[in-house]
Design a protein around this ligand. Structure first.
Ligand code: NDP
Ligand code: 2IT
Length: 448
């Protein structure tokens, strides 16, 4: 049996209760076959694949907090420190009721390769909790964040592990966590990114993931002899990534016609009004029904099982920006039938493996999240640099660095795919390019 198959089989048995982790590992290892096969004995002797698929450590802890009715609530907290071969662990904190160890492991595993692609010195990690921020008061959010950080603070540090935002964790949560870290450790250091601008945050970090997604998409479109202007775009989600994807797409002359959340979606054929979307989501923290109520051209649809939601419309570009496995094979068939020309992932693993392969078979250029959404963590690394030198850079400076990084990532993954005879397979290109750098560092550092 090949080394790749052997390791995959072991993981499928050992982590059978972690389907998302198995999915992420399968996608990566499958596409690494040509690299591994070139030097199988070396990788086998060094147990590279066993080491890269097993986290350095996985921390799980109790998070007790008191709600507004005086009742004690208990959540489960996680931090998976996956790989620090090229820099301190780096990756977001997800607060969502669906969070479990397998989900945090899949996200931490993806983060290793993504962070490597940014060209910046950051390792891979991820964390979070099954805490549901929806419907909680600011006081309850603060109580939770303080309790979460009370335990997490034992394992993180500016040169050790630097968490950030993800689903359910934005500037408000990062602020409460930073305050608690400072209080416990007595240290004012860049231990978190995505901080507020008055206490060490970076300009353009809020926009970075969505903007970065569009910078990479624009470069891909250009390299196919095409242009963004006039393109019709479907975006899913209406959180941090989706909002700034809509904003940059619109600035580039495209028209975004959809956004969604966990209960439904909006179709707005005149183009999403980004200012209104920001007001509804960032200021009021309200549902998309409020967006539709305030805008004549928008239709709101309640989510029902088996429907294609935002993927049913005739669009040129699809940008899934909500959550894992939100775009399945049936959605992919519908998009292809409607003539979709490009797909790029703003979320982490939003497209199932079958759907990804369907796009590839139908020659739809497809860039996975490790490359396409790397702008967020890249800008987090720029925030770390600013914190280290105790300076802050202008919006334009950070934004132009972000753009350079995203354009660079597109060419890096394109070149890697070509080098291994898989021209146009950006998924393989990203996995290969991300892997090679990390593995070189792992080998140089000996068995650890
Ligand atoms: P937010 O919490 O800001 O927004 C998440 C959006 O996705 C919301 O619209 C939410 O709807 C929707 N959503 C979340 N979970 C589900 C679900 N299970 N089913 C349907 N819809 C859901 O998160 P972000 O925008 O930060 O993150 C979105 C994606 O991008 C995630 O995959 C994240 O890992 C990834 N990502 C984020 C980065 C960042 O910098 N923030 C960087 C790189 C990737 P609702 O409000 O109803 O829950
Ligand atoms: O998935 C991701 O890359 C993030 N949630 C951002 C991580 C970070 O450290 O900025």
């Amino acid at each position: 049996m090949s080394y790749v198959d052997e390791v995959l089989e072991k993981i499928k048995k050992r982590d059978a209760d972690q389907p998302e982790f198995i999915q992420a590992v399968t996608e990566v290892l499958d596409s690494l076959r040509p690299v591994i096969e070139k030097d199988e004995q070396k990788y086998r002797d060094l147990a590279i694949l066993e080491r890269i698929t097993e986290p350095d450590r996985q921390i799980m802890f109790r998070v007790p907090w008191v709600d507004d009715n005086g009742k004690v609530q208990v959540n489960r907290g996680f931090r998976v420190q996956f790989n620090n071969a090229i820099g301190p662990y780096k990756g977001g904190l997800r607060l969502h009721p669906s969070v479990n160890l397998g989900i945090i492991k899949f996200l931490g595993f993806e983060q290793i390769f993504k962070n490597s692609l940014t060209t910046l010195p950051i390792g891979g990690g991820k964390g979070g909790s099954d805490f549901d921020p929806k419907g909680k008061s600011d006081n309850e959010i603060m109580k939770f964040c303080q309790s979460f950080m009370t335990e997490l603070s034992k394992y993180i540090g500016a040169d050790e592990d630097v968490p950030a935002g993800d689903i359910g964790t934005g500037a408000r949560e990062i602020g409460f966590m930073f305050g608690q870290y400072k209080r416990i450790k007595g240290l004012y250091e860049g231990v978190l990114t995505g901080k507020g601008l008055t206490y060490g945050g970076s300009l353009a970090r809020t926009e970075a993931t969505g903007y970065g997604l569009l910078y990479l998409t624009e470069e891909m479109v250009k390299c196919h002899g095409d242009k963004m202007e006039g393109k019709v775009v479907a975006v899913s989600g209406s959180g941090n990534v989706a909002i700034y994807a809509c904003q940059k797409a619109t600035q580039l002359g495209a028209k975004v016609v959809t956004v969604s959340d966990s209960t439904g979606w909006v179709y707005d054929p005149e183009g999403i009004d980004v200012a209104l979307l920001k007001e509804v989501k960032e200021v009021k923290r309200a549902r998309l029904t409020e967006y539709a109520a305030a805008r004549k051209s928008a239709e709101y649809h309640e989510k029902k099982n088996g429907e294609h939601g935002v993927w049913q419309y005739k669009v040129d570009i699809a940008l899934p920006c909500a959550t894992q496995n939100e775009l399945d094979i049936e959605d992919a068939k519908m998009l292809v039938a409607n003539g979709v020309k490009y797909v790029a992932e703003g979320a982490n693993m939003p497209t199932t493996i079958e759907a990804t392969q369907y796009f590839q078979k139908n020659n739809v250029p497809f860039v996975g999240g490790k490359a396409a959404n790397a702008g967020g963590v890249a800008t987090s690394a720029l925030e770390m640099s600013q914190n280290s030198e105790r300076l802050s850079w202008s919006f334009e400076e950070v934004d132009s660095k972000l753009k350079g990084i995203m354009v660079g990532i597109y060419h890096n993954i394109d070149d890697a795919a070509k080098e291994y005879g898989m021209e146009g397979n950006y998924v393989a290109g990203a996995n290969i390019a991300g892997f090679k750098k990390v593995v070189e560092a792992m080998i140089a550092q000996g068995v650890c």
